[in-house]
Design a protein around this ligand. Sequence first.
Ligand code: NCD
Length: 366
Amino acid sequence: MKSVVDILDLSKEELASLMATAMDIAAHPEKYSDKCKGKKLASLFFEPSTRTRLSFEAAMMELGGNVIGFAEERSSSVAKGESIADTVKIISLYADIIAMRTPKEGSALVAAMNSDIPVINAGDGGHSHPTQTLADLLTIYKEKGRLDNLTVGFCGDLKYGRTVHSLIAALSRYTAVKAVLISPDELRIPNYVKYEILEKNGVEYVETHSLEEAIPSLDVLYMTRIQRERFSDPTEYDRLKDTYILNPEKLINARRDMIILHPLPRVNEISVKIDSDPRACYFKQALNGKHMRMALILMLLDEAAKNREREDLLAGKKLVYNKYRCIGQRCITATEQELEHIFKEIDPERGIYRCIYCEKKAVIAK
Ligand code: NCD
């Protein structure tokens, strides 16, 4: 069964095919209006969402399918203590495909491991958000005409910003992409993204604090919100929340053809004065997200019909069981009962293993 837990679950060829389908859907929506007749999307949102949830639901409706689900944890049995594993086992009996968002890192993977129907990760804590990346890639492709040969600035909360982690992973497979990582020290990109994605793929990158210095070199500026809900200390959030505010003055030195993306919601980080600038693409990006989600639902339901084996999910990953523990506080292993702690081998000689759910470094079990 093919699920999309991570953006790297989709090959470059699959991404190209999703983009082509999404553009065809935008041009000829009537061709697709009953492709999912009789099918149900389970929309399981344990965390707030406007665009992702409603665009998934609109996507399924525009394909002629139906939607069941909930928009907050309190209206699900998880609030009574039910595990994610049990939740998806039950939902597999009622629906054909799941879109799921939770605050726990790795929960989409747990869902996919326990589901008999495809699972789409609609955001797992501060970890990853592959369908936002689909929206981002289509927007870059439509506006710039390419995904190779781009200098992309990521600005804001690079530590907890899951959309950044997934977009960097996706772009690292294209040629001559450069990443400019703009953040305060406290919110720098996680090590696994730096070492196992950027460096491993030979992506050129720089880290800086200064948006002003970085902006003239950029083809794409990806602004992000400081993720208040992921901070354990509210005073730290208050100190960092207005670090970057993009306003017309800051754009003076940007290229005329630079595009500005933002996964939204924005808080303060882009002045509304920018909205009328032709470089602002964040509202188009949200519409592209709906078309990409339509294309993804079609692709996964088609694959599911071919009845792939669930084991595919872990294929190609070298796994180590039990000897290690994950100590990530937001990791799904912290709350899911008897969930096996599983690690992938990153560098066995140096003893580096990472939790397959949240990508934190492993600690030897006591
Ligand atoms: C993002 C998310 O949920 O990670 N929003 C979205 O899905 N468009 C970004 C954010 O919340 O800052």
